[in-house]
Design a protein around this ligand. Sequence first.
Ligand code: PMV
Length: 381
Amino acid sequence: AEKWVYMVTAQTPTNIAVIKYWGKRDEVRILPVNDSISVTLDPDHLCTVTTVAVSPAFDRDRMWLNGKTKKHSCEKSVIHLVTESVSYILLIENLEISLSGSRYQNCLREIRSRGGDVEDREKGVKIEKKDWERLNLHIASHNNFPTAAGLASSAAGFACLVFSLAKLMNVEEDPSQLSAIARQGSGSACRSLFGGFVKWKMGSKDDGSDSVAVQLADEKHWDDLVIIIAVVSSRQKETSSTSGMRESVETSLLLQHRAKEVVPKRIVQMEEAIKNRDFASFTQLSCTDSNQFHAVCLDTSPPIFYMNDTSHRIISLVEKWNRSEGTPQVAYTFDAGPNAVLIARNRKVAVQLLQGLLYYFPPKSDTDMKSYVVGDNSILK
Ligand code: PMV
């Protein structure tokens, strides 16, 4: 019998939207009501590492999430987004999750249908295009940050799943085409297929083939920026983005106005601000867009509250600071939860910001303090 196991490991960072996606026009294909723009975080922080393995010995598709990792030697190293030279696979029963949901099934089906031939003579591996339909997969995925902390774990997760499977199956699609598959797992995931600044184009086709992510600028373009995430609460959000969006689309008039009249103009302005590294415009657009997204939540019936008093205090402090300096120093944006994503214009400002956060919100323990810093821990030293 064939004994081989063939595997690939990939690492994918999460991304934070500065012009938000909120609302689907097609819930099955995950097609949005407006374009969005995000920044992808540094791959060493807030990322997902996923190992995908295929073997004739596997009797069904299986997946494990956030288990303890056990090292195996890597059968194939992968370029880009991947830094690991070892591969992880975990087979701990109680950490197995179900792959029966339609989002997983759609991603797996789409990627399988694009698989190519794979041959590794040394290992005795020979897989033909048509074999991907019958061969079963083992998937082990690990987030290097708390999954429940409301820090966009699904974005990194589905991007990493699709990227690692594409490598395993020798899929020739470019990152934009792969983004259309990741999108069907979680909308925001499509933007994590690229580093730097990324736009998810809503597209106009019903089949979603033009609803893809494109890179606006790479990670070197504006590398003065420092992103700090203030973890206000690591409790899981009460309203999932899926049901929140559905309720907003059904009940909020502000959402209709936002999608038709506001976001299209902001997208053009944000692209310009990024191109010119114009921090004043970048801040103005990010902050107002985040606030409008939360206003849409409030305009939803029943209303959805993602931010809390601490989030509001952070907004006031940043707004006051920016005004007192005359020119913006820090941009803020909040996703579907109370945690603040703060973007400082440079390293010096980031240090001041961190000092301010520690002063106004003294950490209760050392571990609390660490959770303030994402990006460059050396800032604390
Ligand atoms: O892709 P989802 O379903 O996790 O939705 C993400 C929605 C926001 O994070 C609030 C905004 C965004 O554009 O990422």
